[in-house]
Design a protein around this ligand. Structure first.
Ligand code: GLY
Length: 400
């Protein structure tokens, strides 16, 4: 994938290798797809200049199927919950294979309200969670502060969700790279410049270093860049766009520990803010949500808003060293849900568009992609997420 959406000049390709499966994109979704494909016995290659990089280096790693439930996203909820359930076994398997700890922490989440409007909003979320069969408990402000004494005295109430956990996405990415290496995945550390199509079938990619990589099946899993790989016919190009998120990292000195014992989140003046405490002492504060194309600038305004909102929730945050500021790009899709499985171009599959849920959806995506690569069919849990829901025919179909 070229870094920017502009096409670059074409060179004469040099043949380099052929594989059963070629994954374009080495973020956590591409990596898990390659790992699971290799485990199924496919010869597998992955093309990315920096496997394990991308949005996972910025993400906070909340596994928030319940606290990030939104009206109109009940279908996505099914996939999110299925993936959350797979996390304990997935994390254990990855740790066993690589010897690496993922920072998977079953610490729970507390979503709190700072004023009457937030409280009303949380009450509605609570009702929706209950209607959807999800476990969450309403707490008074005092009960919230008893759980998390660093919370602001003004907290008006909250939802305790013990089932929403966290993982460290940087560790997850590193472990997936190691697992792929162990499973025999071949890494091509370069950009895919364009897809090659031979006799109306995806046949591989040409890389920016001129090598030609061919494969029986190509999986486009390039996050927010997935919608801009030259050579992909317009009719099957995924409708994925970058949605910028700025994220801060602070450090909790040992003398303040435990500063927070679980993820704490709120909607402050309409913006989501969350604080994710790691056992290492890192405290991740996120995230802005900005429709600014390919911009990854960290801005004074973004940092100010995050700190201002986090400070309203947890005033003591201003005492902590600010150790990192970074921006990443979520791969947004028109319905906020991923695109998984075959396209109308034979040989080309998608695993992209995970938007706010890439880390959460990693286990189920790996399983679903391995299944579809093996059988040609998506498993039931992933069937609603076929890319074909955005095909021209599907979009023009009228209800009877
Ligand atoms: N899931 C958190 C975010 O996208 O900011």
């Amino acid at each position: 994938m070229s870094r920017t959406p502009e096409a670059s000049p074409q060179r004469t390709p040099r043949p380099s290798g052929t594989s059963d499966v070629l994954v374009v994109g080495g973020g956590i979704i591409g990596l898990v797809t390659a790992w699971r494909a290799a485990q199924r016995g496919f010869t597998t290659a992955l093309v990315d200049p920096e496997p394990g990089g991308g949005a996972a280096q910025v993400a906070a790693g909340m596994l928030a199927a319940v606290t990030e439930l939104h009206y109109g996203e009940q279908t996505l909820l099914g996939l999110n919950v299925a993936s959350a359930r797979r996390y304990p076994d997935f994390a254990a398997e990855l740790t066993e294979v690589t010897g690496q700890d993922l920072g998977y922490r079953q610490c729970g989440t507390l979503a709190v309200a700072l004023d009457a409007d937030d409280r009303a909003h949380l009450r509605e979320l609570h009702a929706l969670q209950r209607q959807s069969g999800l476990e969450s408990e309403w707490l008074s402000g005092r009960e919230c502060r008893r759980l998390e004494p660093m919370l602001a005295p003004g907290v008006r109430g909250g939802l305790r969700v013990d089932g929403d956990h966290q993982v460290d996405p940087r560790r997850l990415a590193g472990a997936l790279v190691a697992a792929c290496e162990r499973a025999g995945v071949t890494f091509h550390r370069t950009w895919a410049e364009r897809l090659t199509v031979v006799r109306d079938r995806a046949a591989g990619v040409v890389a920016t270093d001129g090598t030609e990589l061919s494969a029986g099946q190509v999986v486009l899993a390039a996050g927010s860049l997935s919608g801009s790989l030259p050579g992909v016919p317009d009719a099957v190009l995924p409708p994925v766009r970058p949605v910028k998120g700025q994220v801060l990292r602070l450090t909790v000195p040992k003398r303040y520990a435990p500063f927070l014992s679980r993820t704490v989140r709120a909607v402050v003046r309409g913006s989501h803010v969350y604080l994710v405490p790691r056992e290492s002492g890192e405290l991740v504060v996120g995230a802005t949500s900005e429709e600014l194309g390919w911009d990854t600038t960290v801005t004074a305004g973004g940092v100010y808003e995050l700190l201002r909102d986090a400070h309203e929730l947890v005033p003591g945050i201003t005492e902590l060293p600010l150790t990192e500021t970074r921006a990443g790009l979520r791969p947004g899709s028109p319905d906020n849900a991923p695109l998984l499985g075959p396209t109308d171009l034979p040989g080309l599959l998608l695993a992209t568009g995970h938007y706010r849920n890439g880390v959460l959806l990693t286990p189920v995506t790996g399983d679903a992609m391995a299944h579809v690569l093996t059988t040609g069919e998506l498993p039931d849990v992933a069937r609603p997420f076929t890319p074909r829901r955005f095909s021209t025919a599907a979009l023009t179909e009228q209800p009877a």
